[in-house]
Design a protein around this ligand. Sequence first.
Ligand SMILES: Nc1ncnc2c1ncn2[C@@H]1O[C@H](COP(=O)(O)OP(=O)(O)OP(=O)(O)O)[C@@H](O)[C@H]1O
Ligand SMILES: CC(=O)N[C@H]1[C@@H]2OC[C@@H](O2)[C@@H](O)[C@@H]1O[C@H](C)C(=O)O
Length: 366
Amino acid sequence: MQQLHVGIMSGTSLDGIDIALSRFTDAHQADCLGALCIPFPHDLRQQLLDLCSPGSDELYLAGIAGNAWAHLAASGVNQLLQQHQVSPEQVSAIGSHGQTVRHHPDQGFSLQIGNPSLLAELTGINVIADFRSRDLAAGGEGAPLVPAFHHWLLSSDEHTRTLVNIGGFANLTVLKPGQSPSGFDSGPGNALMDNWALRHIGTPYDENGSWAQKGQVHDALLQRMLADPYFARTGPKSTGREYFHEAWLSVHLQHVPGVAAADVQATLAMLTATTIAESLQQAAAETRELYVCGGGARNAHLMELLQQQLPARQVASTQALGVDPDWMEAMAFAWLAWRFEQRLAGNLPSVTGAKGERILGALYPA
Ligand SMILES: Nc1ncnc2c1ncn2[C@@H]1O[C@H](COP(=O)(O)OP(=O)(O)OP(=O)(O)O)[C@@H](O)[C@H]1O
Ligand SMILES: CC(=O)N[C@H]1[C@@H]2OC[C@@H](O2)[C@@H](O)[C@@H]1O[C@H](C)C(=O)O
């Protein structure tokens, strides 16, 4: 019988739930046999978004939203398995990230909701969940976790390879031959741009960055934002909506009044590109290639800005390495489930800053 793993990731963009049916081999191979994204219904997206910042009756709402998330994720898993004529018995485990609603590494916790017990009940498959807590308990950031999968799958003996995932936030992985990998969140990816686009042009994101492309980068605004101390910190570091949110942008805009909405969008796109490029220069000046995954790889304007900021490097999608940029993160959580089953570490202390390697996750048997 094939030992398959399903990975589920719903990231900080809150666009939907990514699900990947994957197979791993001891020869460091990973195949994605099928994948799909189930978009969040409007009301659930709003509930999850509300839970990302302080509000009233949060515990009750988190219970309700966590169950709704598990129902949606289970329907996606069942649909994916049917599409590929795979029975639940052929799937060894689901690695479910859940939905981050709070990330406070400074306080030693990161909270993902998504009722793993209900997911196990609805799919009839073992679920491994709560991947970040053990790394945090060992003094780590609990994020980013995907660099460990990048390291396992994509390390090269010959040259430095760098990857960036551009989701709601952006995280970098640096793989140097013979050295411990490094990786950290460089800062906002699409989250601030998405908020601004929804508010001003009424779309959930700026398709291909075409609105940003029409605007002019406002240098004073850009420099103000770049002066945020988060960007000067070196890794390990991780961030999220708790820090880079609409109010963060509003404070900067108050100091630079009268910037046209399209110019703000252009400046936010430049902020994402610049902070990724500067992080790369600082962590891996020698690298020739940057591979991009996550939804940001579909933003042609952002990709162009990245290439402009890194003229001596080749900027390409992770497709060039044989991994579909849309499914990298979901595959990483399938891989983390596989690691858990083998009682192998899922974290990289050189990335998260944890005291040591740890087995990540907890099992919710079918
Ligand atoms: N055609 C496109 N043009 C521009 N942006 C796009 C396009 N397609 C997707 N995106 C961006 O990608 C985002 C979704 O990316 P992704 O699914 O990688 O994020 P995520 O997994 O939720 O986030 P994270 O990795 O931070 O947890 C969308 O919110 C949007 O900003
Ligand atoms: C706390 C949390 O959910 N963080 C996400 C987020 O989205 C991108 C970046 O910020 C990364 O740190 C992380 O996700 C990926 C899957 C990770 O852990 O590697």
